[in-house]
Structures are given as structure tokens and as C-alpha cells.
Design a protein around this ligand. Structure first.
Ligand SMILES: [Fe+2]
Ligand SMILES: [Fe+2]
Length: 189
């Protein structure tokens, strides 16, 4: 199985937009956190999070099919490829079935809004609570690009209370908060 360094090299080759790179690292961190919580293989699950939007910049019209075809050549695990296909079931027709498929969908949109919340808070992620995120979810003008329907669908798929899922995503993102520049010290000034 290709390792994380291989995946990061692909990401850097295909994705030039820093915002999209950050999104992919954020989703990786959230999915890895779920893998730890559920006793799954963190390295395998992490690859799905890290690579799920690999071709979004290069091939937006066919996302994520070209990425999956490319990854298959390198021998990425089928469970990773399935999850990447299932995160865009509206386009691929591949519905989320495995636990990884469901967790990936659930972390994808939500990590976007958690990240956006951090950017408008003086203390960033340091003291972020689920209830602040819920408040922002209700304000549809905030991070308007994040589909509230997808967030709700993700919560359903992951099978937890919404606030518990939000807490898990916050905990996941905390692990790479420095890299994402969302800690209090990064927000100062
Ligand atoms: Fe995507
Ligand atoms: Fe995404």
C-alpha cells in the first residue's frame, strides 16, 4: 500500500490552491480521529481523507473519477477508492456503505464550517465548542458554500448526536491546528 508520503506528494502535485490543500489535510485529521475512536486502521482511513478531493482542481467536471483511476494504478486500497467515490454519490452513483464511506461524508462539509468558525474567533480552535458551530450552521449567510443539507446528511450517516459529531471533528482538527493556523496565537493580530 502506498504510504502517506506518497499521498502527500500526489496532493502537492495535483492541488495548488492552499485553501483546498488545507481542506484535504483537515478532513484527513478528522477521519483519522474517527479511525482512532473506532479502532480502525488510521493510516488507511487517513488516505481517504487526504486524497478525497485530489482531482477537484484539475478535473472539476468529473471529480472524483479521474483521481480514483489514477490512485488505482498505484495500488491504493479498494476501501479508500470506494470512499472517495462515495463522497460524491450524486455524481458517481456509489452510495456510502462502509463505515469509512460514511465518516468521510460526515467530515467533509463539517470540517469546512469548523475551519471557518476558527477563522472568525480570536481564540481560534482553542476554546471552540460545538454550540458555537451549531449557531453558525443556523446562520446561512456564514460560510454559505457549506451545504447545511450535506452536514445534516453526514450527521445521520455517522449515527451520533450532532454535537458529538461536531466535537469529534473539532478534536480531529485540533491535532493539526498549528499547521492549519487556527490556534489563538495564530489569530492574534
Ligand atoms: Fe469532493
Ligand atoms: Fe472535500
Amino acid at each position: 500500500m502506498p504510504d502517506r508520503a506518497h499521498a502527500v506528494a500526489l496532493l502537492e502535485e495535483w492541488v495548488k490552491n492552499e485553501g483546498l490543500q488545507n481542506h484535504m489535510y483537515a478532513v484527513e485529521a478528522a477521519v483519522r480521529h474517527y479511525a482512532r475512536l473506532r479502532g480502525e486502521d488510521e493510516d488507511v482511513w487517513g488516505l481517504a481523507g487526504l486524497l478525497h478531493d485530489l482531482d477537484w482542481e484539475k478535473f472539476p467536471d468529473n471529480h472524483p473519477v479521474p483521481a480514483v483511476n489514477h490512485l488505482r494504478k498505484f495500488g491504493y486500497p479498494e476501501i479508500v477508492l470506494q470512499a472517495i467515490l462515495a463522497h460524491r454519490s450524486d455524481f458517481t452513483g456509489v452510495e456510502p456503505q462502509s463505515e469509512l464511506d460514511k465518516v468521510l461524508v460526515a467530515c467533509d462539509e463539517l470540517s469546512g464550517i469548523v475551519f471557518a468558525c476558527c477563522l472568525v474567533r480570536p481564540n481560534g480552535i482553542d476554546d471552540l465548542k460545538p454550540k458555537s458551530v451549531v449557531k453558525k450552521l443556523k446562520d446561512r449567510t456564514f460560510a454559505a458554500g457549506v451545504s447545511r443539507e450535506e452536514v445534516a446528511h453526514g450527521v445521520e450517516l455517522v449515527g451520533l448526536e450532532r454535537s458529538e459529531h461536531i466535537q469529534n471533528v473539532i478534536d480531529g482538527l485540533r491535532g493539526i491546528a498549528e499547521q492549519l493556523g487556527i490556534r489563538a496565537q495564530d489569530r492574534a493580530g
